[in-house]
Ligand binder design. Structure first.
Ligand code: GDP
Ligand code: GDP
Length: 455
């Protein structure tokens, strides 16, 4: 069989690589210019200068993956907030509040040379209220002479100030050791807990698509008292809602209900919230407003959901307002702009009238089923054998790369490893993915395919 000739460790190596769950989240907060972005770059080990972003331009990415001493976590970069909307103080506080809500631990950065300002004091109050672990970073201590400045920051009452030079790396290792102590081993909610807590849903979408209206509509009378349900934490940012006889956890609903009045910061906040909600969820319900053209922001949110590896349902909201002409254009926009999620189940709903709300749960269940499904190795290889015979890879440079063997390395989302005799072109990989979907379904889930070339 095709399987012959494979070393076990080939397969196991591939499996090990594929496994990943949600990671704990670290937020880096502080006043402008204290060195947050420099520190984030240092932590994620990248020179790519986040600092060079033009002010006022919303960044696509607000979270980055990092690793220290063998542990992986996410870093939330709060540097993208527009400063001049409410004045520095208010916007720093708001930024910190949002970031902290999404985080498991916080690094609070202060410029040691400047010392603690009133704004810093205000942020400290907020951090205390939030109750998350805080590591105090006394930044811009580029040499031993700055250490005395750092020690003044004991006065903030946040414990030991860690003298750091984000710019040169001095002291960052010790500080990251503290960060690891502050971060939970795994985030509060883990996949497939033994208790099998409720399935976790993130409602995401641009501001004003109707997330909070939809949440209110589904919550209605169906809210469940948190403490009664096994396997749940008492995190007030989430809500338990019973639908179709099953209890679901809607994650980060506090973030949905919060009204963001700062028009300028709204985009940035929305991205931050989306990333945080996805991190905690198993399935994302992406809301789209049928009256608006599908925008760059919609696409960015959909891409975030797909890249996070969550199951995806598309909910076209405000269907009550749709007229025939707009409907015609909407269908065309969907065909043109949403090809990357053609596999996602779609519901056409109205949070206002309640139209088709009953279709939401079946769509979510379909997506979760696809997300968790597994193709037995025998079946997969029979299918791959057929593909290789009927649609061989084009000959390149006199050689014809062949898929030799494949295995599904994981689920949630389905991950495949294909072993091949040569490099498989992107077009061929897409073809394989399309055929996999035709053959095995995978409705509502991204699928990941990696290829190992066997020399
Ligand atoms: P943010 O606004 O808090 O994100 O701050 P930035 O990371 O953009 O840094 C503001 C300025 O401080 C930049 O010019 C950085 O090069 C500088 N800076 C950041 N960290 C250090 C440091 O450890 N030492 C020194 N001397 N300068 C730093
Ligand atoms: P969010 O920012 O995504 O939470 O959006 P909201 O739930 O606050 O809704 C934004 C606006 O759209 C509000 O004025 C809602 O009343 C309105 N809206 C939400 N859902 C619907 C709907 O299904 N139909 C109509 N006509 N309006 C809706």
């Amino acid at each position: 069989a095709a399987e012959e000739g494979f070393e076990r460790e080939d397969v196991e190596g591939a499996l090990g690589e594929a496994g990943h769950g949600p990671l704990p989240v670290l937020a880096v907060v502080g006043r402008p210019n204290v060195g947050k972005s420099t520190l984030v770059n240092r932590i994620i080990g990248r020179r790519e200068a986040v600092t060079e972003d033009r002010p006022g331009v919303t960044r696509d990415r607000v979270t980055y993956e990092a690793e220290w001493a063998g542990r992986r976590f996410k870093v939330v970069d709060t540097g993208g907030w527009e400063q001049d909307v409410l004045g520095i103080d208010a916007s720093v506080a708001a930024q910190a509040e949002f970031a902290v809500e999404a985080a498991d631990a916080v690094v609070f950065v202060v410029d040691a040379g400047v010392g603690a300002t009133d704004t810093d004091e205000a942020v400290v109050k907020l951090l205390r209220r939030a109750g998350k672990p805080v590591v105090l970073c006394a930044n811009k201590v580029d040499g031993p002479s700055g250490e005395a400045d750092a020690s003044y920051l004991w006065s903030l009452g946040l414990g030991e100030p860690h003298p750091v030079s984000a710019l040169h790396g001095r002291g960052t290792g010790d500080m990251l050791d503290e960060v690891l102590k502050a971060l939970p081993e795994a985030p509060e909610q883990t996949f497939g807990t033994a208790l099998g807590g409720p399935r976790r849903i993130a409602l995401i979408g641009r501001p004003n698509v109707g997330k909070s209206s939809l949440l209110n509509r589904v919550a209605g009378e169906n809210r469940v008292v948190v403490d009664d349900v096994a396997g749940t934490t008492r995190d007030p940012v989430d809500e338990l809602i019973e639908l179709g006889g099953v209890t679901w956890k809607f994650v980060d609903t506090a973030g949905i209900r919060r009204r963001v009045h700062m028009a300028e910061g709204a985009d940035y906040y929305a991205s931050l919230r989306t990333a945080a909600a996805l991190e905690k969820a198993e399935v994302a319900v992406v809301l789209i407003d049928v009256n608006e053209s599908i925008s760059v922001q919609d696409l960015r949110i959909i891409t975030m959901a797909v890249e996070s590896g969550r199951a995806v349902v598309l909910a076209y909201n405000k269907w009550d307002t749709l007229d025939d002409e707009r409907r015609f254009y909407l269908e065309r926009e969907i065909d043109r702009d949403l090809v990357q999620v053609r596999w996602a189940p779609r519901v056409n709903v109205s949070a206002r009238t309640g139209r088709h709300m009953e279709k939401l749960v079946p769509a979510i269940e379909t997506a979760l089923a696809g997300w968790e499904s597994r193709v037995p190795t025998g079946k997969l290889n029979a299918f791959l054998g057929e593909i290789v015979a009927s649609h061989p890879h084009p000959v390149r440079g006199g050689k014809q790369p062949r898929i030799l063997f494949g295995t599904q390395a994981g689920t949630k989302p389905p991950r495949f490893v294909l072993f091949a005799s040569g490099f498989l072109e992107a077009g061929y990989r897409r073809f394989v993915e399309r055929r996999l979907r035709e053959e095995f379904g995978f409705e509502g889930t991204p699928i990941q395919i990696s290829v190992r070339v066997r020399e």
